[in-house]
Design a binder for this molecule. Structure first.
Ligand code: ADP
Length: 280
């Protein structure tokens, strides 16, 4: 009699709930809706809020759209959604018999955010973790994204409940970590990196935001928060995909809902890297 049979193992994990070491871990990945064909899903994450994760998700979405790809942007930052405002979208999401319809920006990017579902945009979303996580899964499954080359997911900051749900239930092809050049934040970068690694999600690289300020008179660049992303990227063995300065014109375009008008090339290298890795 084999050892398996002595222990009562039939070799059929599907009909047995025993938690033995040889058991394959169950995937928690959820399929997207039947009307969706999404080729590449990229998560944009940060160790903490306010470092420009939404700015980077939005800029990458616009850059890839300008390069001719079909692009969607899922704002999974449920308690601090800022994407619709960035693109000047004030409408509420509509629904038809097959699902929830995303808003479409002037440039043709499909958007979904909890702000499109709220009657009063200024009301806070006072939901507990599991409800928020459920809303993110619903955006992945129930929104009629259709055919997309790239879906960017603006993840909630940190390594808590909701980012964990995104990592576990959405089949991410990779994540981009956004950081600002401060030591303390860099420690949190490592946490975000380790979380992705533990869940076998490729880390595509790091974007350093608020890297420097350029003097409008003399053009000199000042690294007011110091620098350190090169070191972190090297330490983690991932590319530094780009550096964005503090650029008041970008902040103004966000505030005016006219973000698609930007003309800078700060993240062209990051868009090149995506195109090189994933293509169409
Ligand atoms: P997060 O998504 O990480 O919370 P946001 O992208 O919402 O951060 O950025 C926080 C604020 O900082 C926003 O008002 C945004 O417009 C502004 N901001 C972000 N990056 C820059 C930048 N490079 N230059 C100027 N303002 C920026």
């Amino acid at each position: 009699m084999s050892e398996e049979n002595i222990n009562g193992c039939t070799g059929d994990c599907g009909s047995c709930g025993a938690n033995c070491p040889s058991r394959e871990p169950e995937s928690l990945i959820e399929p997207t809706g039947e009307y969706n064909n999404i080729k590449h899903v990229i998560g944009v994450v940060s160790g903490k809020g306010g470092v420009g994760k939404s700015m980077v998700s939005s800029m990458l979405s616009v850059l890839m759209k300008r390069r001719g790809y079909n692009v969607g942007l899922l704002d999974s930052d449920i308690t601090g959604p800022s994407i619709p405002k960035t693109f000047g979208i004030n409408s509420r999401a509509m629904q038809n018999e097959i699902g929830i319809l995303p808003a479409v920006t002037k440039g043709g990017i499909e958007l979904m955010s909890v702000n499109l579902m709220l009657e009063d945009r200024e009301s806070p979303v006072i939901w507990r973790g599991p409800v928020i996580a459920g809303a993110v899964k619903q955006f992945w499954h129930d929104v009629v994204w259709g055919d997309l080359d790239y879906l960017f997911i603006d993840c909630p900051p940190g390594t808590g409940d909701v980012p964990l749900t995104v990592f576990q239930s959405i089949p991410l092809d990779g994540i981009i970590i956004v950081t600002s050049p401060q030591d303390l934040v860099s420690l949190i970068v490592k946490k975000a990196y380790n979380m992705a690694k533990m869940m076998d999600i490729p880390v595509l690289g790091i974007v350093e935001n608020m890297s420097y300020v350029k003097c409008p008179d003399c053009g000199k660049e000042f690294n007011i928060f110091g620098s350190g992303s090169e070191t972190i990227a090297e330490e983690l063995g991932v590319p530094l995909l780009g550096k964005m300065p503090i650029d008041m014109s970008l902040a103004q375009m966000v505030d005016n809902g006219e973000f698609e008008r930007f003309e800078c090339d700060y993240l062209d290298g990051a868009a090149d890297a995506l195109e090189k890795r994933f293509g169409k």
